[in-house]
Design a protein around this ligand. Structure first.
Ligand code: KE4
Length: 434
């Protein structure tokens, strides 16, 4: 594959953008090499500036669940653009979005639109602290909730990838208010609440972890956290920025039957445009300005073009059987990858929840803890990443990210992916045997 134009662009980018990117995980720092620059995207494919085509399993990190450039989304945006880009005043589309989210996620009687997942989670935490009068929060090692100061403590995603789970610049006084727990550890959660439960404003969790690779919750774990929070007056926050509308139409809370007090969203609800949201019970949300004292605002919140994109995508994901078909695609992909690895004699396994999945180079058959994820052979993953990229398949450029399928990933696309994987695993095995 030729990458001359991407290389030239990356040289220019590094002169004016930190690391040459506008978001760290795009830089390929953990997998090595240089990122390709995208010229356009369509269906399951990305096309780079050198004319190379890739099957895309990143999907803009989750939003592109109906594939790129879907006509229903594109036409909705084109219509909205014709009426103007931004008003700074209420418009009907943001009311329709709020009503749609409340209908699809019944725990969200009210919502507030923001412009990113980060804004959604930091706003939800501020609301929880304001509503409870408490300051401490609990998060989980390896979970990533955006780059808000309170969350950059043992964080996942890029923070974990680059080995800086607790970022410089976060005052110790603030970091000390963030308590961390190991994911899927029932006893550790009980012990923490026994000692500090009365001081904890909120527990925020990715109900399915997607930022330390993909780690599903153990049976009963989310319910255990729900019971602990209820008992101690702590607000349970499901960060569904990634899982929302992906692991089920109603998100992880619908899939696992556990109702949080607050939920955060992003990605899919923007249809590819910058959107986030947080929501919950009316008596909580009415404490947000201007109906209540907890301040939060945003120039472009509820932007009419972004609302049009998100509403069009939510219409598509609401079609009967959408998530069942996507889950079947995920299983076909992951079963095929495991079979290809076995044929090549590689120690490899996968996790899959709805339309998201995780790839692990490990002898473990079940991976559902942060410790297991970080113990995997990341060097092998990095070699696999490049072996697949060279064969036209773009996986998440980090061993600590989840993968995503879309409704555009049809049987032919999955078969082509698995053909590339059989070659890639064989090349790894050949390298391994020297
Ligand atoms: P944004 O601020 O990036 O829109 O959302 C932050 C966020 C919050 N919560 C969860 C569960 C998330 O996964 C994210 C962002 N996800 C990463 C992917 N691991 C975004 C990719 C990036 O940082 O470039």
């Amino acid at each position: 594959m030729n990458h001359d134009h991407s290389h030239a662009l990356f040289q220019r980018a590094r002169a004016r953008l930190p690391g040459g990117v506008n978001s760290p995980v795009r830089a390929f720092k953990s997998v090595g090499g240089e990122p390709f620059f995208v010229a356009r995207a369509d269906g399951p494919y990305l096309y780079d500036v050198d004319g190379n085509r890739y099957v895309d399993y990143v999907g803009s990190w989750g939003p592109m669940i109906v594939g790129h450039n879907h006509p229903h989304v594109r036409e909705a945006v084109q219509r909205a653009i014709g009426d103007g880009l931004s008003f700074g005043a209420p418009c009907a589309a943001e009311v329709t979005m709020a009503e749609t989210l409340a209908r699809l996620v019944p725990s969200c009687e009210m919502v507030r639109m923001v412009n990113s997942g980060t804004e959604a989670t930091l706003s939800a935490i501020r609301l929880a602290r304001g509503a409870t009068g408490r300051s401490r929060i609990v998060k989980f090692e390896g979970c990533y909730h955006g780059h808000g100061d309170s969350f950059l403590v043992k964080a996942g995603s890029g923070a974990l990838t680059f080995g800086v789970p607790t970022s410089p610049g976060v005052p110790k006084a603030l970091a000390d208010l963030t308590l961390t727990l190991p994911y899927n550890d029932f006893d550790a959660a009980s012990a923490l609440f026994d000692t500090a439960g009365g001081d904890i404003a909120a527990l925020i969790i990715e109900p399915v972890v997607g930022n330390a690779n993909c780690l599903p919750p153990r049976d009963g774990y989310l319910r255990h956290l729900r019971e602990l929070c209820t008992r101690h007056g702590t607000l349970l926050i499901f960060d569904e920025v990634m899982t929302g509308f992906r692991v089920a139409l109603g998100g992880a809370q619908a899939r696992y039957g556990v109702t949080p007090d607050l939920s955060t969203f992003g990605k899919i609800i923007g249809g590819g445009m910058p959107v986030g949201a947080y929501g919950g019970r009316r008596e909580l949300m009415e404490q947000v300005a201007p109906s209540g004292p907890v301040y939060q605002a945003g120039t472009l919140s509820g932007n009419p073009v972004a609302m049009a994109a998100g509403l069009a995508m939510l219409e598509l994901v609401s079609e009967p059987g959408f998530h069942a078909r996507l889950e079947a695609t995920t299983h076909a992909l992951c079963d095929g990858l495991e079979a290809a690895a076995r044929e090549a004699g590689m120690a490899f396994t996968t996790t899959r929840v709805g339309a998201m999945f995780g790839l692990f180079f490990t002898t473990e058959t079940i991976v559902d803890t942060y410790a297991q994820a970080v113990a995997c052979d990341t060097a092998a993953f990095n070699r696999f990443f490049h072996a697949m990229l060279a064969r036209g398949v773009f996986l998440a450029p980090s061993a600590f990210e989840a993968g995503f399928v879309s409704s555009a990933h049809d049987e032919g696309v999955v078969d082509a992916t698995l053909a590339a994987a059989r070659e890639a695993f064989r090349s790894l095995a050949d390298d391994h045997t020297g």
